[in-house]
Design a protein. Structure first.
Length: 545
C-alpha cells in the first residue's frame, strides 16, 4: 500500500496546498470572521460531549478540502483500518499497534497472529479490578498485618507519565485516605523524597516496566526492596506482600522476588506511551476505583469509534492532526502549545510531550529514506491562567507562530465563588486576543503616546483551537487522550513515518552503560571518548564524594 502512495511533497494535494498557502498566508482572521458571520459555528465539530471550535485557525473551506484530500491521498482511511485491524503497522519493530483493543468491549474480536486478544485483555482487567478492591477495602494486608495506605508506582517514560497524569487529572475522584506517589528518575532524590514520610508496613510498590530491564526502574525497585526489607526485618516474604509488577516479562519479575500471581500482564502490541489504559493503569484503578477506571476506558473507546467511523470532515482527531500538518509544514510553525484551563490537567502537557514527540520525532520515512519535510512539532504547555503571566507574551507579540490548543470545561469540580467564571473569561479572552489582536488605530484611540503605539499593538492572526467539555470526568479524560493519540496517528500517516517506534532513545542508554563503570572504578582507566566527555568524566571522579 505504502509504495503506491507518492512521496509526500509529490502528492497532488500537497502541491495544491503549497499554492493555496501563498494565497492565504496574508489573510487575517479578522477578515475571515468578517466575511463569514457564521464562521464560529461552522468551523466546529463535536462528538460525545467533546466540542472542538477550530474557527480561529488560518484556514478556509478550501484549506480544509485540500487537507482532507491530502489525508485521502495519504491513505489515511486504509491506515486507520489497518491499525484497528491489528496489522503490524509498527514496521520497524514488526508489531501490531493495538492500544485501541485495551478499551474495546469484552465481546470484541481483535485478532493478532491468529488469536483473539480481547479475552486476555479482559482477564487482566478483571484481575486489576479484584486486586484494587482488595487493597482499597483493606482485605489485602501488608507483611505486618497493617492495611495498605500508600501506593508507589515505580516506572519511567510510558510506565510513569500516563499514571502520573491520570492520578493528577482524576484526583477529585480518588480515595483521599490513600497516598499515591510516583518514582521515575534514577536520581536518588526522587525515591528518597517520595518515601521519606511513608511507613513501609503500609506501602505497596507497583513496579511498572514492560521489559522489566529498564535501568532507572530496576535501580529504583532495588532501592525500594532494600528500604522495605531493612525496615521489615530482612524477610524476603515481605516482598510478596508489598510488591506487585506490571510487565510483559514474567521470568524477570519472578527473579526480582515478586510472586508472578501478582504480576499484571500486558503485551508487546501496546506501546509504552499508549499504555496508561493497560495494566500500567494499576495505580489509576487503585486511586479512582474500578467503576471510574471503566468510565475512563469507555471514554477512550467512544473516541476510538468516532475516529474509526466518522467521516474525516467531522472527525476530531483527523481535523486536529491535519491542522498540525498545515502549520508545521506550510507555516513552518515549530511548536504547539497545549494550555489546559483546568488545574487538574497540570501534568497533561508533560504527558502529551511523550505521546507526540516520541511518536513523531522521526526523520526517516517508512521506506528508510530521509524525509525532506518537517515532522513532529515540539509540544509544550502549562495550565492557564498561570502561563498568561509568563510565556504568553511571546505567543502574543513574539516573532514565531505558535498554534495553541486551549482546553476548558463549563463546570468546575470545585465551584468556588466567581473563580470558574474568571477562569473561563480568561481562556476565551486569550483565544480572542490571539486571533484578532489590536491594531495601531485602536491603540492610538486609547490615548497611547505615539512612541508606545508599536509596543502596544497586537498583530493577532495567531491560531488556536478550543476544546470544550462540560466537566472533567474519567470518561472525558479518556476521550481527550484518545483524541490526541489519534491526532498523532494522523500526522504520522501524512508524514509516512513509524509513529510507534522510538529508536532515538537507544544510543544514550548504550553510552551510559559504557560510562558507568568508568565513573565507578577505583583504578585509573584509559578514557576513549571525545575530549569533552573525557574531561567531564575526570572532573566528576575528582569532585564526587
Ligand atoms: C514509550 C517508550 C518508553 C518506555 C520506557 C519504560 O513508548 O517505549 O518511554 O515506556 O522506556 O520502559 P519499560 O516499561 O520497559 O520499563
Amino acid at each position: 500500500m505504502t509504495s503506491r502512495i507518492p512521496y509526500l511533497t509529490e502528492r497532488r494535494a500537497w502541491k495544491a496546498l503549497e499554492n493555496h498557502y501563498q494565497e492565504i498566508r496574508d489573510i487575517h482572521l479578522r477578515d475571515l470572521f468578517h466575511d463569514d458571520p457564521k464562521r464560529g459555528e461552522n468551523f466546529t465539530a463535536e462528538t460525545a460531549g467533546l466540542y472542538l471550535d477550530y474557527s480561529k485557525n488560518r484556514i478556509t473551506n478550501e484549506t480544509l478540502r485540500l487537507l482532507l484530500q491530502l489525508a485521502d491521498e495519504s491513505g489515511l482511511r486504509q491506515k486507520i483500518n489497518a491499525m484497528f485491524g491489528g496489522e503490524k503497522i509498527n514496521t520497524t519493530e514488526d508489531r501490531a499497534v493495538l492500544h485501541t483493543a485495551l478499551r474495546a468491549p469484552k465481546e470484541s474480536s481483535i485478532i493478532v497472529d491468529g488469536e483473539n486478544v480481547a479475552p486476555g485483555i479482559h482477564a487482566v482487567l478483571d484481575k486489576m479490578t479484584d486486586f484494587s478492591k482488595r487493597v482499597r477495602s483493606g482485605e489485602w494486608k501488608g507483611y505486618t498485618g497493617k492495611r495498605i495506605k500508600n501506593v508507589v508506582n515505580i516506572g519511567i517514560g510510558g510506565s510513569d507519565l500516563g499514571p502520573v497524569m491520570a492520578y493528577e487529572a482524576l484526583k477529585y475522584y480518588s480515595d483521599r485516605e490513600m497516598r499515591f506517589r510516583f518514582v521515575s528518575n534514577v536520581d536518588g532524590t526522587d525515591f528518597v523524597e517520595a518515601t521519606r514520610d511513608l511507613d513501609p508496613a503500609e506501602t505497596l510498590f507497583i513496579v511498572s516496566s514492560k521489559t522489566f530491564t529498564t535501568l532507572e526502574t530496576m535501580t529504583n525497585a532495588q532501592s525500594a526492596r532494600d528500604w522495605l526489607m531493612s525496615s521489615l526485618g530482612d524477610d524476603i516474604k515481605a516482598v510478596a506482600r508489598h510488591f506487585v509488577a506490571v510487565s510483559t516479562n514474567a521470568p524477570k519479575v519472578a527473579e526480582f522476588g515478586i510472586d508472578t500471581a501478582n504480576m499484571f500482564e500486558f503485551w508487546d502490541w501496546v506501546g509504552g506511551r499508549y499504555s496508561m489504559d493497560s495494566a500500567i493503569g494499576l495505580s489509576t484503578i487503585l486511586a479512582i476505583d474500578p467503576d471510574n477506571f471503566q468510565a475512563l476506558l469507555d471514554g477512550f473507546h467512544q473516541m476510538d469509534e468516532h475516529f474509526r467511523t466518522a467521516p474525516l470532515e467531522n472527525n476530531l482527531p483527523a481535523i486536529m492532526g491535519l491542522l498540525t500538518v498545515w502549520y508545521s509544514n506550510f507555516f513552518n510553525a515549530e511548536t504547539v502549545a497545549v494550555l489546559p484551563y483546568e488545574q487538574y490537567l497540570k501534568r497533561f502537557p508533560a504527558y502529551l510531550q511523550q505521546l507526540t514527540m516520541e511518536s513523531n520525532g522521526k526523520h526517516t520515512a517508512l521506506d528508510g529514506t530521509q524525509v525532506t519535510y518537517q515532522t513532529g512539532p515540539i509540544y509544550w504547555g502549562e495550565p492557564g491562567t498561570n502561563g498568561q503571566h509568563s510565556f504568553y507574551q511571546l505567543i502574543h507579540q513574539g516573532t514565531r507562530l505558535i498554534p495553541c490548543d486551549f482546553i476548558a470545561f463549563s463546570q468546575s469540580l470545585n465551584a468556588l465563588g466567581r473563580h470558574h467564571d474568571i477562569l473561563l473569561a480568561n481562556v476565551l479572552a486569550q483565544a480572542e486576543a490571539l486571533a484578532f489582536g489590536k491594531d495601531a488605530d485602536q491603540v492610538r484611540a486609547e490615548g497611547t503616546p505615539d512612541e508606545l503605539v508599536p509596543h502596544r499593538v497586537f498583530e493577532g492572526n495567531r491560531p488556536s483551537n478550543i476544546l470544550f467539555a462540560k466537566q472533567l470526568t474519567p470518561e472525558i479524560l479518556g476521550k481527550i487522550i484518545a483524541l490526541y493519540e489519534h491526532s498523532v496517528f494522523v500526522q504520522g500517516v501524512i508524514w509516512n513515518i513509524d509513529s510507534f517506534d522510538q529508536w532515538g532513545v537507544e544510543l544514550g542508554k548504550v553510552l551510559a552503560q559504557k560510562i558507568l563503570p568508568e565513573l565507578e572504578t577505583k583504578t585509573d582507566v584509559k578514557l576513549e571518548h571525545d575530549s569533552s566527555t573525557n574531561n567531564l568524566i575526570n572532573r566528576y571522579r575528582r569532585l564526587r564524594r
